[in-house]
Design a protein around this ligand. Structure first.
Ligand code: UDP
Length: 237
């Protein structure tokens, strides 16, 4: 078997990844599967930080269309990510690996507050570190959080889990001629308007020369496969 290519990575899971077949909220069986994947990946000896989205529960932009101020909607979205992290933390621990949720919004009765040193220490102990509450600021996304945390925690890459096996020239579900890229630079992704992540996240990745590996989470063991340089994925950067 090939050796893993990385020492420390940030995995980005969207809230949607936790919904499984039910299409909203959290499907426990899906959480258990993702936790098993994370534990397998951690068993390679790679330090794993995991940024979890919240779109399966609340998205600030959507909430704000109902008359709620956008920053309040965004706070709801960030709180949703905390719930997702807590359910995943419990599942990772049940699957046999220590895990810690660190939240960018202080809530000491619930979990520890994020700071860089604390995150580094937990990673060094081999714990799966769940990075909750996004950046802690409204008007940002968890994609931006993933790139930000990857840069500040000196990770070698962001592994962005999606429901397609990489970056395509067009939506492969709508356009059968869509071309899949194996590798491309940040600049090429911008020039081709491929929208790998939202523009803030992507700008941060480009500035920090942070590779983004886009892969499908649909297959069991997908995270481990990507870390071994196997499986289908697109590397941007
Ligand atoms: N959010 C935020 N600041 C952040 C990260 C997230 O305000 O730094 C809010 C925002 O409202 C966002 C929601 O949390 O819509 C859920 O995050 P995201 O949409 O990135 O989740 P995903 O689409 O990955 O499930």
């Amino acid at each position: 078997m090939s050796e893993p290519h990385y020492r420390r990575v940030i995995v980005k899971l969207s809230g949607e990844a936790l919904t499984g077949k039910q299409g909203f909220g959290v499907e426990q069986a899906m959480v258990e599967r993702l936790a098993a994947d994370l534990v397998k990946a951690a068993a390679l000896g790679i330090e794993l930080g995991v940024v979890v989205g919240g779109g399966n529960i609340f998205r600030g932009v959507e909430v704000s269309t109902r008359g709620v101020p956008r920053p309040v909607g965004d706070t709801m979205g960030m709180l949703a990510t905390v719930m997702n992290c807590l359910v995943l933390e419990a599942a990772v621990e049940r699957a046999g690996c220590e895990a810690r949720t660190l939240s960018a919004l202080a809530m000491p009765a619930v979990c520890e507050t994020y700071n860089r040193k604390r995150a580094m220490k937990n990673l060094a102990k081999g714990r799966v570190v769940l990075l909750a509450a996004g950046t802690g600021n409204p008007f940002f996304t968890t994609d931006t959080t993933a790139v930000l945390r990857a840069a500040e925690l000196e990770a070698q890459a962001v592994l962005k889990a999606t429901n397609v096996d990489g970056v395509y020239s067009a939506d492969p579900k709508k356009d059968p001629k869509a071309k899949r890229y194996e590798r491309l630079s940040h600049q090429e992704a911008i020039e081709k308007d491929l929208r790998v992540m939202d523009s803030t996240a992507f700008a941060l990745a480009r500035e920090n020369d942070m590779p983004i590996i886009v892969f499908s989470i649909a297959e069991k063991g997908a995270i481990e496969a990507v870390l071994r340089g196997k499986g289908r994925a697109t590397t941007v950067g």
